[in-house]
Design a protein around this ligand. Sequence first.
Ligand code: PGA
Length: 310
Amino acid sequence: MMHVSLRQLRTFEAVARLRSFSRAAEELHVTQPTVSKQIRLLCDEIGLALLEQIGKKVFLTEAGEHLYATCGDWLETWGRFEQTIADMKGVKKGRLRIASVTTTKYFMPRLLGPFCAQYPGIDIALEVINRDRLLERLARNQDDIYVMGVPPDGMNIECEPFLENSLVVLAPSSHRLTTLGRTVRFAELAQEHFLVRERGSGTRLTMERLFEGHGVRPNIRMELGSNEAIKQAVAGGLGLAILSDSTIGEDHLNHQVCVLDVEGFPIRRSWYLVRSKEKRVSVVAATFLEFLKSHVNLLGHPAKEVQQAV
Ligand code: PGA
C-alpha cells in the first residue's frame, strides 16, 4: 500500500498539466522548493521517476503519464466530494473552474473582480482558450461553466444568453469604403481582403458561415491568432476584419480603425453561459451564474431574448 498524500497528488497534477514547477508553485500559492519537495516525496513513495526536466522543459515519464491520467480523474472526484460537503454546509466556498473563449478576455476578467471581492472564499480558475479547445474541455467535463459565442449542437448542455455579442466589420480609417457616404453592400465587402482568426475560433466560424450563406469565399490575406494582432494589422492597412464588438476598446486604436457600415451588420449575437447537464451545479457555480446575470449591466448590453443565428 502506497502512502501518497492529497497534497502530493495536487502538486504533481499541477506540474504535469502546466509542465512547469514555477507555474505550479504560482497556481498553488506555494514556493517552488515546496513543489520540488512534494514531487520528490511522491517519486520516493512510488519508487519510479515521474518527471524529467530537460533544460527548462518538464516531461512526463511513462509512470508519470499513468499517474497523471489516474490522479486527474481522482482529483476531479475528490473535488466534487469537497464541493458537496461545502454545499451541505451551505458555505459559498470552494473552487470554480471557468473556461471562456479568447474574445471574452475583454470582459470576463472585469466581472471576476467584483465577484471575488464579494465571495473571497471562492477560488476561480479561468482558462481563456479558443472555441475548439473549449469544446474539448466541455466534452471532458473539465469545468463548471463555459462562456462562448457559438454553442455546439448535439451536446448535452444548457445554454443561456447573457450579454450581447455583435460582430462588426473593422477597416482602416483611411479605407475608401469609409468615404462612400452609404451602406456598403455585402458584394462590395466580399471583394476586399480579410484578416481572420485561426481555425477553431468562434469568430472565424461565424465569418465562414456568413460567407457560405452568401455563396462566396472570403479573400483571406492573413490568419492571426489574436484579436489584438488583427486590429493592429487592420490599422496597418493589411485588410478588413470581422470581429466581435467586444474587442473594440475606447481608443479605437487612436482612430486608425473604424467600424464600417455594411449591409447585414452588425450581426447581433449573444455571449452564452454554457454548462454540461451531466455535471451537478454546485452552490459556488450557481452563485457565480446568478452574480453574472445580475452584474452584466455593468458592462452595457445584456442579451436580448432572440438573437440572430449565423
Ligand atoms: P473565439 O470565440 O474567441 O474563439 O473567436 C468568439 C465567439 O465564439 O464568438
